[in-house]
Ligand binder design. Structure first.
Ligand code: ASP
Ligand code: MG
Length: 409
């Protein structure tokens, strides 16, 4: 019998009607002959609400208690979904992450899965039931409840699909799949029918919000077939699969954008061994996630370094950089610029097609958009531009690479 893991995001289980629809869909899937393991997120915006409440109550917010609080959202949803299934005559059982066998490290609010022992879920399936698992949670090696972080339910689902050897993992959400640009910005944005793990990873790393990057990584590493689709229209969505070497690729698969980073520039650094090491070690030790880095050619023995960091890490970065630059000596200036945005083109086809970067730069130039930083990977080119031109850049590139054209069947 086929086995499918179905994960439902917050909007998909936001209210009683939605929960009944999800139950209907699960019943239908079973009638078509598949066993189902369900993973559910907290209803609607409940995770945000719980986080807000914690902030209102406490300044310290101990991690252990935060995780106990947040995971309650998913736990509620599992019980309600099981009740709706019971009404349809589908036997179901709710499980917390801990009961489902998710053993994690002790990093509260962002725990990593160390081991998965889904024995109870196997028993439940063997008894003809639908196990319904709370997403994004587990139990730590210290036996405390842990939360896997925002978007962690996707990871729960993929990990279960891998451990239970499921035929596929379906991530149900409020959009009908992965789009080749943000449909809120680009009118002609199209749903992608099939995409490789590598491409989707680059997309999620450069601003595509769903699915969570960690889950895509996990799926690639364990060969889990992912299907991102809508819990509102139930139509087929986007399949994420191993790259097919025999397939001709579109040169560019998607345009992504990200306005959540800021640029920090340190000028007047001595151009000698060990300076970049010092700067970035200090940032790393503060858990600052540095992204693009550009070092200028040196002039009279001094150089400038610019890099981007998530907006929320700017303060922390400045706090470590100031004393460190004093220690290095010389005259520096440290500036931050939060008015930037990053636009990226992603596509496996660019590996074998010259001129892709040139076309991107020409397109931006034709629209009078200045490029401030550039970075590349084998299948991606990213440019930092002014944030107020970011959407123009996305629209222009989507057109230039003809991504609004219907995909050939
Ligand atoms: N409910 C959590 C969140 O919104 C976990 C998840 O659904 O992935 O981040
Ligand atoms: Mg979610």
């Amino acid at each position: 019998m086929a086995l499918v893991v179905q994960k439902f995001g917050g909007t998909s289980v936001a209210d009683p009607d939605r929960i009944r629809e999800v139950a209907d869909h699960v019943a239908r899937t079973r009638r078509h002959g598949s066993d189902v393991v369900l993973v559910v997120s907290a209803m609607g915006k409940e995770t945000d609400d719980l986080l807000r409440m914690a902030k209102e109550v406490s300044n310290t917010r101990p991690g252990r208690e935060m995780d106990m609080l947040i995971t309650a959202g998913e736990r509620k949803a599992t019980a309600l979904v099981c009740m709706a299934l019971a009404d349809l005559g589908v036997p179901a059982e709710s499980f917390t992450g801990s009961q489902a066998g998710f053993i994690t490290d002790t990093t509260h609010t962002n725990a990593k899965i160390l081991e998965l022992r889904p024995d109870r879920l196997r028993d439940s399936l063997a008894a003809g039931k639908v196990p319904v698992v709370g997403g994004s949670q587990g139990v730590s090696t210290g036996r405390d409840v842990t939360f896997l972080g925002r978007g962690g339910s996707d990871t729960t689902a993929v990990a279960l699909a891998a451990a239970l050897n499921a035929d596929s993992c379906e991530l149900y959400t409020d959009v009908s799949g992965v789009f080749n640009a943000d449909p809120r910005i680009v009118q002609g944005a199209r749903r992608i029918d099939r995409i490789s793990f590598e491409e989707l990873l680059e997309m999620t790393a450069t601003g595509c919000p769903k699915p969570a990057m960690r889950s895509v990584e996990f799926a690639r590493n364990h060969g889990v077939k992912l299907h991102v689709r809508s819990a509102f229209t139930w139509e087929p969505g986007t399949w994420v699969v191993e790259e097919d070497p025999d397939m001709e690729h579109a040169i560019i698969s998607a345009i992504t954008h990200d306005a959540s980073e800021a640029k920090i520039t340190v000028t007047g650094l001595p151009d000698e061994p060990g300076i970049a090491a010092k700067v970035f070690r200090a940032l790393a030790d503060q858990d600052v996630n540095v992204d693009m880095i550009v070092q200028n050619v040196s002039d009279h023995g001094v150089t400038d370094i610019s890099f981007t960091v998530p907006f929320d890490d700017v303060e922390r970065s400045m706090t470590v950089l100031r004393p460190m630059c004093d220690e290095i000596g010389g005259s520096h200036e440290i500036t931050e610029d939060s008015g930037i945005g990053r636009v990226s083109i992603v596509g496996a086809g660019m590996k074998s097609n010259p001129g892709v970067a040139a076309r991107m730069f020409e397109t931006l130039s034709e629209h009078g958009i200045n490029i401030e930083m550039i970075s590349t990977s084998a299948i991606r080119v990213s440019c930092v531009v002014r944030q107020d031109r970011l959407e123009d850049a996305v629209v222009a590139l989507h057109g230039a690479f003809e991504l609004d054209r219907p995909v050939p069947a």
